[in-house]
Design a protein around this ligand. Sequence first.
Ligand code: DAH
Length: 341
Amino acid sequence: MIEKLKTLSTEALAKVAASTDTESLRAVELEFLGRKGRLTEILRGLKDLSGEEKGQVGKLSNEVKIEIEAAIAAKFGELEHAKFAKLAETEWIDPTQPGEKAERGTLHPLTQFIREAEKVFEKMGFAVATGPQIEDDFHTFTALNIPADHPARDAQDTLFIENSDGKLLRPQTSSVQIRWMQEHKPPFRIIAPGRVFRKDDVDASHSPMFHQLEGLVVDRDISLANMKAVMEEAVRQLINPDAKFRFRTSYFPFVEPGLEMDMSCTICSGRGCPACKKTGWIEIVGCGLVHPNVLKNVGVDATQWSGFAFGFGLDRMVMLRHEIKDLRLVFENDLRFLEQF
Ligand code: DAH
């Protein structure tokens, strides 16, 4: 028995010494000292031995056990130390190196444009208003004097929401005029930039989602001259200080008279090119004097107050400003495009 213990001890110590990682060391520990370990079995068998032998074997087994435990603990420390030493080498960092440069994003060209437009109009005394993108018939059509047979009221043009009691995605920001006038007392001087939705197919100049910037001024004795001054000044500041303008009559149910403002083509400076269909002019905004029915619909006395309204196509203006030829680029969020602004 004594001999057996001695060989067991030598074997165990050799195995401990040969362990190259903590896992194999744990396996050795289990083999000898575990619940069913080889030394544990011997200790458990002690009770069957005779008195004298029991004393000797017992004493030696305890010594062997202590020796193996100490060897394992020492080896474990050694292996752990080696592991960290290696880690310090492989994961070494140089704290004196300069930091990595963080990439800085930029605002989307459309957002940049909206923020600048807000500044330009704020300087002229305008407040910035917002309204919901999910609208109802009253704010989108009825209050804006849009007749029952107008094409915008048709599901062909407007995106109605199913089972929603007539709710729709607003096809124009003009609905914000109504919301503002219902909640405030005149005079009014607001702009309302925002998203609008129409049942358009996607091509180089159409998208079912695009952006408009609505404007509304209601005050005493407002005339077309006031409108012309404000709109021309805004476009000069936002797109081209040398732009020329012309007004053409047009029809929008919520204004009377209704007009469209064209600006000289920024790409060919008015000489005529494919972008302006060789006319030298580009249509940028619908406008006019607020129709008395609209004022009546929101409880504003049309004998006391008058005003003008306008609706810019924002995407169109961003395209003109940066000479972008395809609207899809503005919405695709391709970084190669966006990083240019
Ligand atoms: N809402 C019109 C559109 O989507 C644009 C517009 C025209 C707005 C004339 C106005 C306006 O406020 O007076 O085509």
